[in-house]
Design a protein around this ligand. Structure first.
Ligand SMILES: [Zn+2]
Length: 93
C-alpha cells in the first residue's frame, strides 16, 4: 500500500517534459564525483590495511578523501537542487 501511495504521488508526476539535458549532465557529474570518491576510499582502505603509511602520507590522503567527498556532496546537492527546481523533488523541510 505504501508503494502504491509513493507511485501515485511521485512517479506519475514525473513527466518527460519536466526533465532537461541538464538533468542528465548533473546526474553524470554527481555519479562521476561519487565514483572518484569511491576510488579514493578504496585506495585509502588498502593503504591503511597495509599499515605502512607515514603520518605525513596519512594526512595527505585524508585531505584527498575529504576533498573528493566534498566534491561528491556538492555535485549531488546541485543535482538535487535542479530536480527541486523542476518540481520533481519536494523542497527540503
Ligand atoms: Zn533538468
Amino acid at each position: 500500500m505504501a508503494a502504491n501511495a509513493f507511485n501515485n504521488s511521485t512517479l506519475t508526476d514525473v513527466r518527460t517534459d519536466r526533465v532537461c539535458l541538464d538533468c542528465d549532465k548533473l546526474l553524470t557529474e554527481a555519479s562521476d564525483a561519487i565514483r572518484r570518491h569511491t576510488g579514493d576510499m578504496t585506495v585509502g582502505m588498502f593503504l591503511i590495511h597495509r599499515g605502512d603509511l607515514t603520518e605525513e602520507a596519512r594526512q595527505d590522503f585524508r585531505a584527498r578523501l575529504v576533498a573528493s567527498f566534498r566534491d561528491a556532496q556538492s555535485s549531488w546537492d546541485a543535482y538535487r537542487r535542479h530536480l527541486m527546481d523542476h518540481g520533481i523533488l519536494p523542497e527540503l523541510s
